[in-house]
Write a protein that binds this ligand. Structure first.
Ligand SMILES: [Zn+2]
Length: 386
């Protein structure tokens, strides 16, 4: 049988991952990015960061020094800790997740307790549910509004509060692989958002006429105008460009500063310290699996593999065991309850899943129906060729 997925020879990422390139030697762009870290002069980068911070540090006490977008997770807790160590006075901005978990709420409160000014912006829930459903049905991503909002809301806050510097965490194009120019970028701007922000071709202006959604409902999801950005001089930098980024050590440090973890392995994942703030994340990750044949376990296994903490065999084993399980629960909440506000039944959900399942990756029977076990789990074609 023809092999459908081509895997990186170093990590366990398949070439179906959007924006990931596997080179002539069989190594993926994320692994190459990681290799390139060895040749980076991190001291010079740290100095460059301090230069940026000095340039933007508020000269009078009437403005904050920077905006730090915070979900409340391990990376944002780490960002806040670092920014405070650098002596900055940040305004932390949270865009509330679509289905905030109890742990997520606790971790936001924990960040506030670190000693920062904090604002939380919660977009209209009724509209958001419509957007969740549109995202799921049209582009197979329930988290579409969230992915837009986490980028637009802090930028809108920067304009509103006249704080030019936004300090983001990692550049996902770097650790997860992307075109070289984007992976090496230190700046997050409108172009980056449109290209890599995960909008999947569904633009904010596209949804304005769907399901009784009006343009006025989409203010939180609208990037500020070039004029407004220019007036404040808004610029965004990735902290991960200036200091070596590692989610695992960030999580350890964050726990030292009060981050609460799930306490047991998160469904579909292999760890307990990330993606704890939104009950919809399990559905988001599952659709990635249906479309591209890899899930969150693959992402995490690759991060640890590149850092030499596990072998490729161990990584493959974890992936086989945990990737792509049907998301019956996430962070302990049942799928039925997660779907309820979207007015979708499990049956509706399965039909949407099937529509987005890549039949070149998963086995089908003679009639073309997807093969599933009694838990609803699919079977990958050529799973063992990885
Ligand atoms: Zn790789």
């Amino acid at each position: 049988m023809k092999q459908q997925l081509r895997y990186c020879q170093n990590c366990v990422m398949p070439d179906t991952k959007p924006d990931l390139l596997i080179d002539a030697e069989g190594i993926c762009s994320a692994c190459r990015s990681y290799e390139n870290r060895e040749s980076v002069d991190w001291e010079a980068r740290q100095q460059a960061l301090f230069d940026v911070l000095d340039r933007y540090r508020s000269k009078e006490d009437s403005h904050w020094d920077c905006i730090v977008p915070v979900s409340g997770g391990k990376d944002s807790t780490y960002q806040v800790v670092r920014v405070l160590q650098y002596g900055l006075n940040p305004l932390c901005v949270t865009a509330t997740t679509c289905d905030l978990s109890e742990i997520g709420r606790r971790n936001i409160e924990n960040i506030k307790g670190l000693g920062v000014d904090h604002v939380e912006f919660s977009p209209n829930q009724r509209i958001r549910r419509k957007l969740n459903r549109i995202g799921l049905e049209q582009v197979g991503d329930i988290s579409w509004p969230e992915h837009v909002g986490i980028f637009t809301i802090p930028v809108r806050a920067a304009v509103e509060h006249r704080v030019p510097l936004i300090i983001w965490g990692e550049n996902s194009q770097n650790e997860y692989g992307g075109p070289a120019a984007a992976a090496e970028s230190e700046v997050l701007n409108r172009r980056w958002l449109e290209e890599f922000g995960g909008l999947l071709g569904l633009r904010v202006t596209d949804v304005a006429s769907m399901d009784d959604i009006e343009p006025r409902h989409l203010i939180p999801y609208t990037y500020p105008s070039d004029e407004a950005l220019k007036e404040t001089g808004v610029t965004g930098v990735f902290l991960g460009y200036f200091i070596p980024w590692d989610g695992y050590s960030n999580a350890m440090l964050a726990q030292g500063y009060g981050l609460t973890t799930f306490g047991s392995t998160v469904e579909g994942s292999v760890v307990d310290y990330e993606n704890l703030d939104n009950h919809q994340t399990g559905i988001h990750d599952y659709f990635k699996f249906l479309k591209f044949g890899f899930g969150r376990a693959t992402d995490i296994a690759c991060l640890h593999l590149r850092r030499g903490r596990i072998t490729r065999e161990d990584a493959m084993d974890l992936v086989r065991k945990h990737d792509g399980a049907f998301p019956w629960t996430y962070l302990g909440k049942s799928l039925e309850k997660i779907l309820e506000p979207l007015e979708l039944s499990i049956e509706d959900f399965v039909a949407i899943c099937d529509r987005f399942t890549n039949k070149k990756i998963f086995k089908v029977d003679a009639r073309g129906s997807l093969l599933k076990n009694r838990n609803g789990n699919l079977t990958k074609i050529n799973y063992d060729n990885a």
